[in-house]
Ligand binder design. Structure first.
Ligand SMILES: Nc1ncnc2c1ncn2[C@@H]1O[C@H](COP(=O)(O)OP(=O)(O)O)[C@@H](O)[C@H]1O
Ligand SMILES: O=C[C@H](O)COP(=O)(O)O
Ligand SMILES: [Mg+2]
Ligand SMILES: [Mn+2]
Length: 592
């Protein structure tokens, strides 16, 4: 649902903008093709590549960073790129489709390269585990080179930014050379340790369908922002470009910060001067001149400079600077040829590309989650099934009607997409749920039902929320195989919470959805409340979830994207926690 204050965009619809962007990309680049039924761009020679004995490379993440990542697909760089919705990690099934396409029957193996974001770690992590279980050789490198943070005490760690493009180039070159998966992973991880990025923004961007991601006064700029419109670490007065660049690079190399890049006189470096999307070429060239001159004045040998749009944040006015310490191997990697359109000049269209047929998916024996065995798990009677139907329907509708509020909260704390992501999941569930007279989901079999919900969420949602809810539901289902009672639902909740903690690494008090879930679970597991009726107990659990969610407003963020935002700016509750309170309340409404 578009918000009324949405910024102007040249799109046909919010829902279709990523697909149409990819269609356009493959239309003007003959070397690129779409993978059937997925937001995955692959090399058009992928079938030969897989047989070539070379390591293949998969990258991906949310859209809005164009040309990243699909623009780096091509000989000498990536084999495939998986695109999520704008600023939203893609769902695991598309990632798995990409890994299968480049990894099935490929002895050399697959290297998956991601930027360090919770959503990407979880969704790509899940797909990698599935691929391994299918016998595909695969390793994953997580890029986190942000130098903005002054400490590293966050669960979320350093963000992955434009340095990821250097990683694509280095890994691409080594793969082309025929190096092994193990060798490539070692060299690439070392390169990540030897690079740093710092951003600067003059004006925010806006996600299609929404308003600006944050506000900057006309005489302000923001140091160290991320690439999703998340506010940065320090707001400063607008200065001339020379002062701005020295502030950025001083911060990047400041020994007092835990995330600084160690540079010593005489070091050879490569530099990316990156346009975050809305900076004029005139300004960008000045930035390049100033950055080179700053670095040379420090006695560094600036051996390679790349200037342009490499890793954008939609139309954000601003820049980032990435410095990579070079050695002979890395220098050769940067210099090796590639025709990936994002790195070199785009090739001209040949013929009628819009009609090019998509690459078919590889056939596969395993079709995880596509079929759910309803013979497992205890069945409940028709009335109970009807109640579950109504609960699911109400949960989805409530979440959908909270879309704008959740987006608004995520705009302050993250990247503004939590409502959109949750709504996408809810709509997919409603579509599958269908009609009450003949539901499309196994509502009389709680175990199968919960697994089916996990699969829908995993397939259609994306983002941190998608992965976390999928883990939650998959683990919860394990407690619903036998004897359905109020206590098995409580066990299911406990198990689900444990899975979120296990994979997300956050704890109660870290300002996440866990704070709402925990509040509710404490009440439900409280022995002193055993005399309460089920409905009364649940009513108190809802109150605790709501309180847990509201209390996040006062918490410091330790996990997720909010952990990068200046704590002074975090005055509203966490969107993920509010979403939990919303669905708890929606369940209660159907129990009374
Ligand atoms: N490590 C984590 N553990 C538990 N919940 C998390 C974690 N990281 C993020 N979250 C929850 O996810 C919510 C954001 O969801 P979403 O917008 O889908 O994520 P993103 O855009 O960062 O991928 C946060 O408000 C928070 O409640
Ligand atoms: O561009 C977005 C990144 O891929 C992170 O995704 P996320 O917001 O789902 O964590
Ligand atoms: Mg997101
Ligand atoms: Mn978000």
């Amino acid at each position: 649902m578009a918000q009324t204050n949405a910024s102007k965009k040249l799109i046909n619809s919010v829902e279709s903008c990523v697909d149409e962007c990819l269609e356009g990309l493959v239309a003007v680049n003959p070397g690129l093709r779409l993978l059937e039924g997925h937001r995955v761009v692959v090399r058009s020679d992928i079938q030969e590549l897989v047989k070539s004995g070379k390591v293949t490379l998969v990258c991906g993440g949310g859209s809005g960073h164009e040309p990243a990542h699909a623009g780096y697909v091509g000989p000498g760089m990536l084999s495939a790129a998986v695109a999520g919705a704008v600023f939203t990690s893609p769902p695991p099934h598309s990632i798995l489709a990409a890994i299968r396409t480049v990894g099935k029957n490929n002895q050399a193996g697959v290297l998956v390269i991601i930027k360090n974001y919770t959503g990407d770690r979880l969704n790509f992590g899940l797909a990698v585990e599935r691929a391994k279980a299918e016998g595909i050789k695969v390793d994953m490198v997580v890029v986190g080179e942000d130098c903005a943070l002054t400490s590293t005490d966050k669960t979320a760690g350093r963000r992955g930014l434009c340095g990821t493009v250097f990683v694509h180039k280095i890994a691409g070159s080594l793969a082309e050379e025929g190096r092994s998966l193990e060798e490539i992973a070692v060299i690439v991880r070392e390169a990540v340790d030897n690079m740093g990025t710092i951003g600067l923004s003059l004006a925010p961007c806006s996600v299609p369908g929404s308003g600006p991601s944050f506000k900057l006064e006309h005489d302000e700029m923001e140091l160290g922002l991320g690439i999703h419109g998340e506010a940065g670490v320090k707001r400063m007065k607008l200065t001339n470009v020379q002062t701005a660049i020295s502030t950025m690079l001083d911060h990047m190399t400041n020994q007092a910060t835990k995330t600084h890049l160690e540079l010593v006189k005489g070091d050879a470096i490569g530099l990316i001067v990156n346009n975050l999307g809305g900076t004029s070429i005139l300004e960008l060239n000045i930035v390049a001149k100033e950055a080179i001159s700053y670095l040379e004045n420090k006695g560094l040998a600036v051996e390679r400079v790349y200037c342009g749009s490499f890793m954008t944040a939609l139309e954000m006015a601003g820049i980032s600077l990435t410095v990579l310490k070079l050695n002979e191997v890395l220098r050769d990697c940067l210099d090796s040829p590639t025709v990936a359109p994002g790195w070199s000049k785009p090739m001209l269209p040949k013929g009628q590309r819009l009609r090019a047929t998509p690459i078919p998916l590889p056939t596969t024996e395993s079709s995880h989650g596509d079929k759910i065995d309803v013979s497992v798990g205890e069945t409940v009677d028709k009335d109970y099934g009807n109640l579950l139907f109504e609960i699911i329907e109400n949960v989805c509708k409530s979440l959908i009607s909270s879309e704008n509020r959740l987006n608004m909260l995520d705009t302050q704390a993250g990247d503004g997409d939590c409502g959109t992501t949750v709504t996408r999941g809810a709509q997919a569930i409603l579509k599958k749920l269908g009609d009450k007279s003949s539901p499309g989901l196994p509502v009389t079999n709680p175990y199968s039902l919960t697994l089916a919900l996990a699969t829908i969420v995993e397939t259609d949602m994306g983002g941190s929320s998608g992965a976390l809810y999928s883990l939650f539901l998959t683990s919860a289902a394990q407690c619903l195989q036998t004897k359905i009672s109020s206590s098995s639902w409580i066990q299911a909740l406990n198990n689900g919470i444990a899975a979120i903690q296990r994979y997300g690494g956050a704890e109660p008090g870290d300002r996440t959805m866990l704070d709402a879930l925990y509040g509710a679970s404490e009440v439900l597991n409280d022995k002193n409340r055993s005399s309460l009726s089920n409905v009364e107990l649940f009513r108190q659990a809802v109150q605790a979830a709501e309180k847990g969610a509201e209390d996040t407003a006062k918490m410091a963020a330790k996990a997720g994207r909010a952990s990068y935002v200046n704590p002074d700016n975090l005055t509203q509750p966490d969107p993920g926690a509010i979403s939990v309170a919303v669905w708890f309340k929606a369940i209660l409404d159907k129990l009374v």
